[in-house]
Design a protein around this ligand. Structure first.
Ligand code: ADP
Ligand code: MG
Ligand code: MG
Length: 892
C-alpha cells in the first residue's frame, strides 16, 4: 500500500486519505503556489498504527524514500551539520479540528545541525530559539512532559535577565535555555533528548498519530460528530522561518470576514514570530492593513494568492502563511469556517460574482444556521452599563454568570446556571468549559485566535481580545477600566458588536425574525447596511429553497394567533392542532363534569356545554388558515391530566375527614382520580382508546369542527379542516371513529345546508400501525407520522423519564450519537415510517403522508423524510423557515 504521498502527488479531493491539511497543501502545490515542499503520511497509516501500536515497517521504508526525494529537491539533508533541512511534523485529519492535535516544528535540529543552521542563517539567536522551541514542543507532545515544567524554566531565565518578553533573551541566554530544557527532558522522561534526526522524525510522526486520541480531541469529535475511527494524516513539511528578524513573520488570514461576511480580506500578522504565536493570542497582532505598511511586497503577493484561492475553491478560504526574509510561503489553506450570517452573505455574494450557482449557494447554508440567525439580540434601546469591548469574534447575545475556569463552568452549567467564561486566552484545555458556557470573553487574540475559531465552529457567542480587561484567576475577579466583576456576577456579551455589559440586558427579536414575520420592506427599513445585506441573502436563499423543494411545510399550531404567525413564516397549512388546550383553563370544570357524570344525561349536558367554546376556537383557527389544510387532532392525553393531582387530593380529603368537614364533591373527585389512575399513562387510556371509551367525547369535537367549517363555508370562506385520530393501532379502531364521524358530518351538512368534505386520517405513532399500514390505509384519507410517540413506542422508552435518566450515559458510551428525539433514528423508527408510507400507498395510491413530530423541524430528519417521499413536514412556527430551507436543500 502507498502510505506516503509527496505534496505534488495529491489533490484537494483526497481528504479521506491525506487529511484536509495534506489534501490542500497538495492542491496549492499543484497550483504552483509557494508551498514549502514536503510529503503526507496517510490516515490509513494512522489507523494501522492505532490498531497495532507501532509504525508499520513498510511505512518507515516509504518515509525514507519520500525524505530522500525531499532532500534532493531542496538540496539539503535533514539535520545535516551544514545548511540542514528542518521539517515540521503536522497533524491534519479529514475534518478540521483546530488546535486539537499536535504539531512539532523544527524537527532535525540537534547539537550539530545547530551549528550548520547558524552558519546558513547568520543569526545565532534565531537558531537557539528554534532549538529550544523544538525541545519544548517535542518534550511536551512526544515525551509527555508537562508544558509547565518548561514554562517555569523559561520564566526563571527571564527573571534572571530582568526580561518581560521572550524577545529580550539573547543568543547566549537561549543557548543556556537549551541546556536547561534538555535537563527538563531528562528529568521528566528519563531519557536524553534524541539527537538522531530520523529518530526525532519517527517519534514525532508517532506522537501525531497518538494525538488523535487525546481527551480534548475526543471531546471535540463527539461535539462536532466527527467519526472516531477516521484517524489523522501527518504532514512533513520543509520549515520556513518567520522568526528570522524584522523582515520575517507569520500570519493567518481569511479571504472575507468570517464573522460578518463582509467582502475583503481579514487577518492577523505577527512580525518575527513562529508557528502558533498568532493563533495562541500571546502577543497582539497587526491587521492586514498594517502588514501592507510594514511589508508591501509580501502583502501584495498574499493578496493575489487570496484571490487565486477564492477563485479556485469558489469559497471563503482560510490561510496560514509565513514570510521568511521577505519571501511569502503558504503553509495551509482550507475552506474556512464562518458564522451563520457570514455563510448566508458569502453564499449570495459568490452567486453575484458568478462563481457559484444558486443551487450551490443553497447547499452552503443550513437550517441550523438560519435558526441561529433567529435568536434574539440585545435590545438596542435598553439602559446599559458598559464593561469592556473586544473583537466581535462570534455573534450572539449571551447572558451568564462570570466564571474563570472550565471546571466551574461545567459545574455551574450542570446546575442550570448559564455562565460566561472569562480567560486571558483559550487553549484546547479549555474546550469543555467553552462547550458548557453560553458565552466566551478573552483579553487576548483576534478573530483568528483559538477562542474565536472554536466558538464560531460551535455557534457560540464570543468576544476576544478585550484589551482593557484584566483577569486575576487566583482571586476569581476581573477588572476593566476601573470596574470590577467577581465570579458569579452577571455579564451580557454581544458577539456581534464586541461589547460587554454589566448585568442582564433585555433581548429583542432578531432582524431576521422581523423579516420573516413582517416581510422584506419593513425589515430593511430599520436595518443597517450589513444587516440589510444579510436579510436580502436570507430572503433570496429561502425563496430559492421554496422554488426547488417538493415537500410542503406546515406548522404545529393550536391557536389562531400561532397559526397566523406560522402562516407569515411561510407555513402552507397546519399539520397538527392539539385540541387539549381547549379543555384547560375555565373549561377544565366542564371536562371534570364529563368525567364525573353520574348519568349519561349529565355527561351529555356537560359535553354540550363544551361545544360552543370549541367551535369558536376552531373558527378562529380556520379563519387564520383560510384556504390551507388544517389538521385537527382529536383529544390525545389521558383524562387524569385534566383532574387535580392525586396525592394532593388524597391529603386534602384525609385532612377534611379528620376535621369532620368532608366535601362530597372532593370525595367523588378522588374516586374518579383513583379510577383513572394508571401506572403507565403513556401506554394507557389515551388517544383513540379514550374516544372509544368515553361516549360523546370525540363526537363533540368532530361536531365542533364540522359546525365551524360549515358556518365559514356559508360565510363564503374556504375552510380546509382535516380530522386526525391519534394513537390508532388497528383498522377497527379507526373504522369505528370514522363511522361515527361520517354520521355527524352528514348531520351537520344537512342541518347547515352545505356540502362538507372533511378528510379523516390517522396518526401513525405505534409500530403496529406502521406494520399494518396497508390495512389502516383502507380507512385513512391521510397518514401523519407522530414521530415523538413513534420513537417512544419503537424504543420502548418514555421521553419524560429517560432523557434525564440515561441519555447522557448513552451519548457518552456511543449508543446514541444524538438523541433520537432530536434527530430521527433512521434505522429503526425511520424504517417504520418508510414501510408504512410505501405500504399505505400500495392500498391507497397517492395517500397523503406527512410528519408532525419534533423531527419535522430537524434538518437531518427533513432530508430523510424527503427521501422516503413524504408530502409534507410540520413543525413549530419558529422552525417553519428552517424546514423550508432544508426541504429545498434535500432536493439538491
Ligand atoms: P494546526 O492544525 O493546529 O493549525 P499546523 O500544522 O498548521 O497546526 O501548525 C501550526 C503552525 O505551525 C502553523 O500555523 C504554522 O505557522 C507553523 N508551521 C507549521 N509548519 C511549518 C513550516 N513548515 N514552516 C514554518 N512554520 C510552520
Ligand atoms: Mg494550521
Ligand atoms: Mg402522539
Amino acid at each position: 500500500d502507498k502510505l506516503v504521498y509527496h505534496f505534488s502527488e495529491g489533490n484537494k479531493d483526497q481528504k479521506d486519505l491525506l487529511g484536509g491539511k495534506g489534501a490542500n497543501l497538495a492542491e496549492m502545490t499543484r497550483l504552483d503556489l509557494p508551498v514549502p515542499p514536503g510529503f503526507t503520511v496517510t490516515t490509513q497509516a494512522c489507523r494501522h498504527y492505532l490498531e497495532h501500536d507501532r509504525l508499520p515497517d513498510h511505512l518507515k521504508v516509504q518515509v525514507t524514500m519520500a525524505l530522500r526525494r525531499l532532500e534532493d529537491e531542496v538540496g539539503r539533508r535533514l539535520g545535516d551539520s551544514v545548511d540542514p533541512l528542518l521539517v515540521s511534523v503536522r497533524s491534519g485529519a479529514k475534518y478540521s479540528m483546530p488546535g486539537m492535535m499536535e504539531t512539532v516544528l523544527n524537527v532535525g535540529l540537534n547539537d550539530f545541525s545547530v551549528q550548520g543552521l547558524i552558519e546558513a542563517s547568520g543569526d545565532e539567536r534565531f537558531v537557539w530559539d528554534s532549538y529550544r522551541r523544538l525541545i519544548q514542543m517535542f518534550g511536551r507532545t512526544v515525551l509527555g512532559i508537562e508544558g509547565d515544567d518548561f514554562a517555569r524554566v523559561l520564566d526563571a531565565a527571564k527573571a534572571t535577565k530582568g526580561a518581560v518578553d521572550d524577545l529580550e533573551l539573547d543568543a547566549s541566554d537561549l543557548r543556556r535555555l537549551v541546556e536547561d530544557f534538555k535537563a527538563v527532558v531528562e528529568a521528566g522522561s528519563g531519557r536524553a533528548f534524541p539527537q538522531d534526526p530520523r529518530e526525532q522524525l519517527d517519534l514525532a510522526i508517532q506522537a501525531v498519530f497518538e494525538s488523535w486520541n487525546t481527551d480534548r480531541a475526543r471531546i471535540y469529535r463527539r461535539r462536532e460528530r466527527i467519526p472516531e475511527d477516521a484517524g489523522t494524516a501527518v504532514n512533513v513539511c520543509t520549515m520556513v522561518f518567520g522568526n528570522l528578524g524584522e523582515t520575517s513573520g507569520t500570519g493567518v488570514c481569511f479571504t472575507r470576514d468570517p464573522s460578518t461576511g463582509k467582502p475583503g480580506g481579514y487577518g492577523d500578522y505577527l512580525v518575527n514570530a513562529q508557528g502558533e504565536d498568532v493563533v495562541s493570542g500571546i502577543r497582539n497582532t497587526l491587521s492586514l492593513e498594517d502588514f501592507a505598511e510594514v511589508d508591501p511586497a509580501s502583502h501584495e503577493s498574499l493578496r493575489k494568492i487570496m484571490r487565486r484561492l477564492e477563485t479556485h475553491y469558489r469559497d471563503l478560504c482560510d490561510i496560514e502563511f509565513t514570510v521568511e526574509r521577505g519571501k511569502l510561503w503558504m503553509l495551509q489553506t482550507r475552506v474556512g469556517k464562518r458564522t451563520a450570517a457570514a455563510a448566508f452573505r458569502i453564499a449570495t455574494q459568490l452567486v453575484d460574482e458568478q462563481l457559484i450557482t444558486m443551487d450551490e449557494a443553497l447547499e452552503r447554508v443550513g437550517g441550523a444556521q438560519l435558526a441561529q440567525l433567529m435568536f434574539p439580540q440585545f435590545d438596542p434601546d435598553s439602559e446599559r452599563t458598559p464593561f469592556t469591548r473586544g473583537m466581535p469574534a462570534s455573534p450572539g447575545a449571551a447572558v451568564g454568570k462570570v466564571v474563570f475556569d472550565s471546571a466551574t463552568a461545567l459545574a455551574w452549567t450542570a446546575a442550570g446556571e448559564p455562565v460566561v467564561l472569562l480567560r486571558k486566552e483559550t487553549n484546547p484545555e479549555d474546550l469543555e468549559g467553552m462547550i458548557a458556557a453560553t458565552g466566551i470573553l478573552t483579553c487576548r487574540g483576534g478573530k483568528t485566535s483559538h477562542a474565536a475559531v472554536v466558538a464560531r465552529g460551535m455557534g457560540k457567542t464570543a468576544v476576544c481580545g478585550a484589551e482593557s480587561l484584566h483577569i486575576d484567576e487566583e482571586q476569581a475577579l476581573a477588572h476593566a477600566d476601573g470596574v470590577e466583576v467577581r465570579q458569579g456576577d452577571l455579564l451580557s456579551i454581544d458577539g456581534s458588536t464586541g461589547e460587554v455589559f454589566i448585568g442582564r440586558l433585555p433581548v429583542v427579536a432578531s432582524p431576521v425574525v422581523t423579516y420573516l414575520e413582517e416581510g422584506l420592506e419593513p425589515a430593511l427599513e430599520v436595518a443597517d447596511e450589513g444587516t440589510a445585506d444579510l436579510i436580502r441573502a436570507v430572503d433570496r436563499l429561502l425563496t430559492h429553497a421554496d422554488s426547488v423543494r417538493t415537500m410542503e411545510v406546515r406548522a404545529n399550531a393550536d391557536t389562531g394567533k400561532d397559526a397566523l404567525r406560522a402562516r407569515r413564516m411561510g407555513a402552507q397549512g397546519i399539520g397538527l392542532c392539539r385540541t387539549e388546550h381547549m379543555f384547560l383553563g375555565e373549561r377544565r370544570v366542564l371536562i371534570e363534569r364529563v368525567i364525573l357524570a353520574a348519568s349519561s344525561a349529565e355527561r351529555a349536558e356537560a359535553l354540550a356545554a363544551l361545544l360552543p367554546p370549541q367551535r369558536e376556537d376552531f373558527d378562529e383557527l380556520l379563519t387564520a388558515m383560510d384556504g390551507l389544510p388544517t389538521t385537527i387532532r382529536l383529544l390525545d392525553p389521558p383524562l387524569h391530566e385534566f383532574l387535580p393531582d392525586r396525592s394532593e387530593l388524597m391529603v386534602k380529603v384525609a385532612r377534611a375527614e379528620e376535621q369532620g368537614v368532608v366535601d362530597d364533591e372532593d370525595v367523588r373527585l378522588l374516586a374518579a382520580v383513583n379510577r383513572l389512575h394508571e401506572s403507565n399513562p403513556m401506554l394507557g387510556l389515551r388517544g383513540v382508546r379514550l374516544g372509544l371509551t368515553v361516549p360523546g367525547l370525540f363526537a363533540g369535537q368532530i361536531r365542533a369542527v364540522a359546525e365551524a367549517a360549515a358556518r365559514r363555508i356559508r360565510g363564503g370562506h374556504d375552510p380546509r379542516p382535516e380530522i386526525m385520530v391519534p394513537l390508532v393501532g388497528s383498522l377497527m379502531e379507526l373504522h369505528l371513529v370514522r363511522e361515527e364521524a361520517a354520521r355527524i358530518l352528514a348531520e351537520v351538512a344537512e342541518a347547515e345546508g352545505v356540502a362538507l368534505d372533511i378528510p379523516i386520517g390517522t396518526m401513525i405513532e405505534l409500530p403496529r400501525a406502521a406494520l399494518t399500514a396497508f390495512r389502516i390505509a383502507e380507512e385513512a384519507d391521510f397518514f401523519s407520522f407522530g414521530t415523538n410517540d413513534l420513537t417512544q413506542t419503537t424504543w420502548g422508552f418514555s421521553r419524560d423519564d429517560v432523557e434525564a435518566a440515561f441519555f447522557a450515559a448513552y451519548l457518552e458510551k456511543g449508543v446514541f450519537t444524538v438523541s433520537p428525539f432530536e434527530t430521527l433514528d433512521e434505522a429503526g423508527v425511520g424504517r417504520l415510517v418508510d414501510v408504512a408510507t410505501q405500504e399505505g400507498r400500495r392500498t391507497r395510491p397517492g395517500l397523503k403522508a406527512g410528519v408532525c413530530g419534533e423531527h419535522g423541524g430537524d434538518p437531518e430528519s427533513i432530508h430523510f423524510f424527503h427521501r422516503v417521499g413524504l408530502d409534507y413536514v410540520s413543525c413549530s412556527p419558529f422552525r417553519v423557515p428552517v424546514a423550508r430551507l432544508e426541504a429545498g436543500r434535500a432536493v439538491l
